[in-house]
Design a protein around this ligand. Structure first.
Ligand code: TXA
Ligand code: MG
Length: 340
């Protein structure tokens, strides 16, 4: 398939992409979290193409992207008042809300569940695309299944050229990790942490549960509240190893691991600004600051892709307060829970 590569700044590029989506095609587009791979969310045939293009398991449901809360209401039923409270504060933005689905949503979007995930992005280009398409846009992250989510247009081109009708290129994604996913279908529960933190959500709707799968692997025979959590995720080809402890212990452990592994393999340390000097001459790449976990989130996926062809990528863990929870969720999955 020939893929049209357009820049959001070019005249009519968003209109062309909206047309493609309206006509049942696939188009990747920027959001503030990660790039999405969009199709008409109300058309089962169009949505099926997403699973093929990504190589995504059919039992992993998609998020529908909308341009207003009233558009979301048409996709849900039995909507609790907490949905409106959260949307009022966090939409457009990095929060995906799950409620019971209405009959307009095709089963293939929800992988047969009776709930549907909906999000209104903050990114202007994404919002315009949804408005012009005139339908909710079903969109997972625009990476090949299992790979780190794309945070730059070049990542999308690398994974999706030849597999989709168009790629709408925009700026690098502000947050660099996927949205927070909260289920309101029962007790409010965070299924995937993101830039909208549990602390921020609790301040609006009171106490919120955090799914066990956020920081631990699924046990044998356990069913995932969020099917996405059971798959190998965010993983580069390189082996990822994370070090735990205090800030200084982490740096010491990574130096030791590096000195040992680099004798026989290609290694790199994904460093914090704070620890960077300690790594000295060892190959390291600064992804962000331990004092601001948002910066670690924003740098992680791009760095995993950058060093994909290395043998070993050594990473720093952080505490799980605020956006640190989202960083640790992605890091633990990228490393297959390999923490020393
Ligand atoms: O930031 C984002 O959310 C990006 C951008 C493109 O918007 N999208 C994204 O989609 O990350 P995806 O498909 O990569 O992740 C969707 C996650 C998966 O873990 C999936 O299992 C979960 O949301 N999910 C979707 N619908 C669900 C449902 N009805 N119940 C439980 N989990 C659901
Ligand atoms: Mg994804």
């Amino acid at each position: 398939m020939k893929t049209l590569i357009l820049n959001e700044k070019e005249k009519n590029s968003t209109e062309i992409c909206a047309n493609i989506i309206r006509n049942g095609g696939l188009c990747a587009f920027p959001t503030e979290t990660v790039y999405g791979l969009g199709a008409n969310g109300l058309c089962a045939e169009a949505v099926k193409k997403i699973f093929t293009a990504k190589g995504r398991p059919q039992d992993n449901p998609l998020i529908l992207h909308v341009a207003s809360f009233s558009q979301a209401q048409e996709l849900w039923r039995d909507v609790p008042c907490t949905a409106k409270q959260l949307a009022d504060v966090f939409w457009g933005g990095a929060l995906t809300i799950i409620c019971k689905k209405s009959t307009v949503v095709p089963d293939v979007v929800c992988a047969g569940l009776d709930t549907v995930a909906v999000r209104m992005p903050e990114n202007e280009c994404a919002r315009r695309l949804i408005q012009l398409a005139g339908v909710p846009i079903a969109a997972p992250s625009a990476n090949l299944s299992g790979k780190p989510s794309p945070t730059k247009a070049e990542h999308v081109i690398a994974d999706m050229e030849g597999r989709v009708d168009a790629i709408l290129c925009g700026e690098d994604c502000k947050y660099g990790i996927e949205s927070t996913v909260i289920s309101l279908a029962g007790t409010p529960t965070i299924l995937r942490p993101g830039a909208v933190t549990p602390e921020m959500i609790s301040a609006v709707i009171g106490e919120v549960c955090i799914s066990e799968s956020v920081l631990s692997p699924l046990k044998d025979g356990e069913t995932a509240a969020s099917p996405g959590m059971k798959y190998k995720h965010y993983a580069p080809d390189a082996k990822v190893i994370a070090a735990s402890g205090t800030q200084f212990e982490i740096a010491q452990k990574l130096c030791r691991l590096y000195d040992e592994y680099s004798k026989s393999s290609r290694c790199v340390i994904l460093a914090s600004t704070e620890n960077s000097a300690i790594y000295g001459e060892r190959a390291h790449f600064v992804i962000g600051s331990r004092n601001n976990p948002y910066t670690l989130c924003a740098g992680l996926f791009a760095a995993l892709r950058k060093f994909n062809d290395f043998d070993i990528i050594l990473c720093e863990t952080t505490d799980t307060q605020n956006a640190g929870l989202a960083y640790m969720n992605r890091l633990l999955r990228a490393s297959g829970f390999c923490v020393v």
